[in-house]
Design a protein around this ligand. Structure first.
Ligand code: HQG
Length: 181
């Protein structure tokens, strides 16, 4: 596959494995896992003729490691970013002292008023470093980076989880833990 085909397939997978499995006629099982065979069959039914090798290429080559196979290689899921209700089964983990969130100016007054909320996703997504947060914010315009006092949040009982591709997830970030940098 060339790069354009990889990106197209990755977007397709993100759509169905995170947000809209029903549109492809598949169901996400516990943990968000789907049988690779059912996924390939459903994609074929939708005119997307790809092989298991193509799928492996997209999983391995994805710029953000958005997808993963299970240990047997028989199932696949999105590592994070879901809007459908699924439990990824990730253990609560102590976060680093500081995490980052990339956003844009126009959201700041709401964010400093009500904190970071998951919006359409399951969790608020936080980045382990500033550079990643800049990239996340840049998707929407001129990036603004917020520093999150994850250490203080953790001491106060907020839970954090980290996805297989290094995105930190938490239910919400109240404004007192946020600082613009
Ligand atoms: C903002 C991409 C107003 C928040 C990225 C963000 C990431 C608020 C937007 C992943 C708010 C939600 C997630 C509040 C938060 N009022 N706006 N109270 N609280 N917001 O896309 O973090 O390519 O759901 O700042 O790289 O931008 O999909 O979250 O701008 O890892 O794999 O509301 O998505 O990865 O947007 O991005 P999103 P995000 P993928």
């Amino acid at each position: 596959m060339d790069n354009r085909q990889m990106v197209k397939l990755s977007k397709r997978l993100a759509r169905h494995l995170r947000h809209d499995p029903a549109a492809l006629g598949i169901t996400l099982g516990p943990g968000g896992w789907v049988e690779v065979r059912s996924l390939l069959a459903a994609l074929r039914g939708d005119g997307v003729r790809i092989t298991r090798a193509d799928l492996e290429e997209v999983v391995a080559g994805n710029d953000k490691q958005r997808f993963a196979f299970d240990a047997t290689g028989e199932r696949i899921r999105a590592n994070q970013g879901h809007s459908v209700e699924i439990d990824l089964g990730l253990p609560a983990t102590t976060p680093p002292a500081v995490l980052y969130h990339g956003t844009v100016e126009r959201f700041l007054s709401a964010i400093f008023h009500e904190g970071l909320r998951p919006m359409n996703r399951h969790d608020v997504h936080l980045s382990p470093d500033r550079e990643t947060a800049v990239r996340v914010g840049s998707r929407r315009g001129k990036p603004v980076v917020l520093e999150v006092d994850a250490g203080a949040m953790s001491r106060e009982g907020h839970e954090f989880r980290v996805s297989a591709n290094g995105v930190w997830l938490t239910a919400a970030v109240p404004p007192e833990f946020l600082r613009r940098i």
